[in-house]
Write a protein that binds this ligand. Sequence first.
Ligand code: GDP
Ligand code: ZN
Length: 367
Amino acid sequence: MSAHVTFQGFPVNHYGHLEPFGFDNFFSAQFASISAPSLCPARVASDGKETFELLGVPVHTSTLSGRLRFQAADGERPVVGDWVAVAVAGDHALIHHVLPRRTEIVRRAAGSQGRRHIVAANVDHLFFVTSATGDFNVRRIERYLMLAFASRARPVLVLNKADLVTDPQPLVTSLQAVAPGVDVHAVSAHAGRGLGALQAYLGCGQTVAMLGSSGVGKSSLINSLLGERWMPEAQVREGDGKGRHTTTHRQLVLRQQGGLLLDNPGLREVGLVRGQGVLDDVFVDVAREALRCRFRDCRHRGEPGCAVEQAVEEGRLDPGRFESHRRLEDEIASATRRQTGAPAKRRWKSAHKAMRAFSKLNPKRES
Ligand code: GDP
Ligand code: ZN
């Protein structure tokens, strides 16, 4: 990184003051590779059509450079959570570059032919909030997990409104059954129960996004996790006089006690865009059984020697879960065909790749 970089008039050769916003070695290296001494890094706290709110630079307004505005494809424009390289002039910043993303939450744009819509970037932990009453649906959780694994953010399942049931444990157990290896927490935003476990994900610079149906308590949880005091950066809104938190506008908020929170209202319907490999991440139990299928490319649809179908028959694999696996697999296949026009063969290739990786972790299997 250049020794000539200045920030607020002071020469700096690292960006320690940006660590609370999530700037780490990864982004530092990305920023250094741009090698433009007049630019400095900043993080997008909200993305409007014309203007963007930024964290980490003392500006009131920011807009896109001509290149980003007129030449960049959809996926190259900044979204909330992105790290960008900006030129600061007075209290205005011009966004010149979007740094490569570590994670990317993508959904299929509504009504489109499989077009990708990037909802947020550089989220570390994705909280899927469900309610202990009403909203509970394990099949939906599987869809959310597909989205999380595809994004590369770490999924966490949050069962809110635990105060409304006598014993949340059976619900927790059924969540654990559809999410092997994923953390599950029963909490109550109202009673303040279990919030400590959630705070643990909000270390300095860690970004948490909340997903889940309307009414499950995402806003309540965000408010409980933020506490009374907000960082001033989060208060900057451009002249619309609205509060800092609104459910119609994605906004990244810095938490006084550490970490950043993002409410994601735009994700009620999860259209899947990619991931045969991701399917194996979500359904590790199915993938594990599949290692013993007679044919390496077994589709578990009536082939002889299918260990997955055998596991269902013998009661080791929940038939509902197997059915869900099938449906999601079909959905991904058709989304993949729409996006790339690729023949179905290609997805089996990626399935094999995931399986080989899995075999390495599971040396018992004969090759
Ligand atoms: P959002 O749409 O996901 O943001 O949900 P809200 O945070 O607006 O909450 C929806 C409703 O559930 C509100 O009436 C809240 O007061 C209520 N609520 C949220 N968390 C809890 C909780 O832990 N326990 C109970 N009993 N009610 C809750
Ligand atoms: Zn099989």
